[in-house]
Design a protein around this ligand. Sequence first.
Ligand code: ADP
Ligand code: MG
Length: 462
Amino acid sequence: RQSCNARGEVLPLAAPLRSASGALDFESDHSDDEGKRGSARLPQPTSRTHLRSPSVVSLVPAEPSRCEWDALYEPSELDLTPPAPAKGCNVYVRLRPESVDEIAQGGELAASVQPSQRDIHVQMREPGCIEPKLVQHRFTMDRVFDMNTTQEDFFGSTAASLVQPIVEGFSASVLAYGQTGAGKTYTMIGAHGAEETARDQAKAAKDPVTRGLIPRLIERLFKTLRKFDSSARFSVRCSFIEIYNEHVRDLLTPVKANLKIREAPDKGLIVTNATEVPIADTEESIGVIKQGTANRMQAETSRNQHSSRSHAVFVLTLRRENLDDCSFRVSQVYLVDLAGSEKLSKTEVQSQERLRESTTINQSLLALGNVISALTKQQHHNNSHTSHARGTTAHTHPAAMPHVPYRDSKLTRLLQNSFGGRSYCTVILCCSPHSHNARETIATLRFGDRANKIHNKPEANA
Ligand code: ADP
Ligand code: MG
């Protein structure tokens, strides 16, 4: 891609510089010594190529000439970042293709996406008076994606719209929910094949076709930051933790176990002592994913040899500093690959360790379900309060605002500022399409149905 100056001369773009620490440091495409309109953007002299702290993406644009705008306008790239989602909380369904095991087991496809792309029907055999009967369960979500949806299309139609609000200072969370083997890790990170290992997952995160939502979101975020049209400086940091048996573990420095969650001034909720890595591009974030995935606890269950019984939480922190008034905003983004939502049957629970795993994981997911219910009740409360204020029943006491039990589990405590209320939240329901998993698919969709009733009013962080 090339640009041109006011006289129409084609100019080379400023290349990213590698700082002493190895992190990339960017000069704005529009940078201009005295901020003069339309001055030539020649390769920067050494006095301009000062090194800033690692991971600081500094964009100090002068207003470009008309000609520069024209040269920079690339519809396909500009349109990459869709506007913020209309709803504060969005719930999407993603069906994965049938697995080899499912095909071998026989049975049939039980889930079907309806032409509206918002409705999904799932058929399940249920006991009847005389013989089992086929019952159809119907759900409506914000969008349902069929088994042929590519990673690119899925991301483009879901989390891509969070990038703009994140840059503007909103917090957000994306949660992948579903039974083990339903495609949560594939969706969030990207993965090849059934015999996936941590190394395969990291490879898939790198693969431009199969890479999942986390690397794509980071890639889009950096693209947006580079185009940012104001006097602002950004820094991006990430950490990767897991919640396992209600203990928070650092996935980047595994010796750090049982970390504490606390509220920090200016930063919101943080995991104390969790390793925070500054990143300056997608490749650096993939390095972090690779390291964290390799350390993620994998436990064997009879359902899926490598199913994970932990919640993996990738935390992205964006700090935006406005250079005109030195104010700053911090957006936190929680990208969560939740543990399998299935209930383990007694035969599957082979050891005490497994028993403890299954109960605490369900407790965490139960807490998440309770938080979702409380958020919808809050919404209902606010609506009825508004109608009170309009004056029909002036003498009745308004009921207390329902309490949201964020503190009931480590997972919900961590998500306190980024899930519900003033943030954007996205729930991805990962489902198998197969009749053998219809019960779990319906349970997943019921969970999503509750989340779909949340109506947040996102506000940018002060
Ligand atoms: P989970 O994390 O929910 O336990 P995985 O993401 O590990 O499930 O997915 C299980 C298997 O299904 C993996 O082999 C994965 O590569 C495959 N898979 C999941 N979703 C898709 C998809 N949309 N397209 C192709 N393969 C998928
Ligand atoms: Mg997984």
